[in-house]
Write a protein that binds this ligand. Structure first.
Ligand SMILES: O=C(O)CCC(=O)C(=O)O
Length: 285
């Protein structure tokens, strides 16, 4: 169960780590779905971030929703942090290299969070996610802003320090661990091997995004931006939430129904592309 101590930790530091939370069988299933999905959507796994959808994901992978999203601790955390009517607006499989320090959004009041699950063990200077505690809220969030490295591929950290050297917390995941953090939190991933060889080994990561169900135009626009790249499809019959309910995925069905009520899910899933893209959405050479 999600505790008030966990809530306070999140408020203070902007993240929560759940160690050994998911059993090996669930992780094997997730890895199999990940590899299958990426094999379908990519022809070469090279700095690609080309698969992201929500409703299609839930319908295609109800067993993953059950194991990971309908989980009591995850649901408890999301309800406590965002309200029981929270909005699920992002689901993606990612092959990532490394990435500079950045927050995913500015504006503490937006309050979105992200859950990342890495499929392989990662260590501090070998591509593990690094987080700057407390940088999800003012004043630290804004203090860091002018120091953000301009180059997406930059291994340089801020303040003239390499990313691996800046004071920060290392997630260092093993399969079964998950991290939940505020999208306002400054984070990055670095790999010393990249500095020598020029490239970092790719990492497999699954991510889920959630936000509060505040119907402000700004927040709705933010959610919509996640569905924008996705293609308009004919609504399934029966509707996805009904199909999920029939499968016994009540919590997933409720999350999808909220998207329906907000008019967010008529756009479902990005068209599979044969052209691998890098993490900037550009075509690879
Ligand atoms: O590279 C990672 O491990 C984290 C990816 C990231 O920065 C993000 O999802 O915003």
């Amino acid at each position: 169960m999600f505790s008030s101590a966990q809530r306070s930790h999140f408020d203070a530091f902007g993240f929560l780590i759940f160690r050994k939370h998911f059993p090996p069988a669930a992780m094997e299933m997730l890895a199999a779905v990940f590899d299958r999905t990426m094999a379908t959507y990519q022809s070469s796994p090279r700095h690609v971030e080309a698969w992201e959808c929500v409703v299609d994901y839930a319908l295609a992978n109800p067993q993953i929703c059950e194991q990971f999203l309908e989980d009591d601790l995850i649901q408890g955390a999301l309800s406590a942090l965002l309200g029981s009517d929270f909005v699920w607006y992002g689901a993606s499989c990612n092959w990532f290299g490394t990435g500079k320090w950045h927050p995913d959004q500015h504006g503490y009041e937006r309050g979105s969070v992200k859950i990342l699950i890495y499929l392989d063990s990662l260590r501090a200077d070998r591509g593990s996610l690094r987080l700057i505690p407390g940088s999800h809220r003012p004043p630290l969030h804004e203090i860091l802003q002018p120091h953000q490295p301009p180059n997406d591929d930059s291994e340089d950290g801020m303040f003239g320090m390499r990313g691996v050297d800046l004071p920060a917390v290392d997630f260092e995941p093993d399969p079964g661990d998950a991290i939940l953090f505020s999208k306002n939190l400054w984070h990055g991933a670095f790999d010393r091997r990249r500095s020598r060889a020029g490239k970092a080994p790719l990492r497999r990561m699954v991510s889920f995004s959630f936000g509060p169900n505040r119907q402000s135009p700004e927040l709705l626009e933010y959610f919509r931006s996640f569905f924008q790249r996705e293609e308009e499809v004919t609504p399934a019959s029966p509707p996805p939430d009904e199909r999920l309910r029939r499968l016994g995925r009540k919590r997933t069905a409720a999350m999808i129904a909220r998207l329906t009520s907000m008019g967010l899910h008529s756009r479902v899933c990005r068209q599979p592309s044969n052209v691998p893209q890098n993490r900037n959405g550009q075509q690879d050479d």
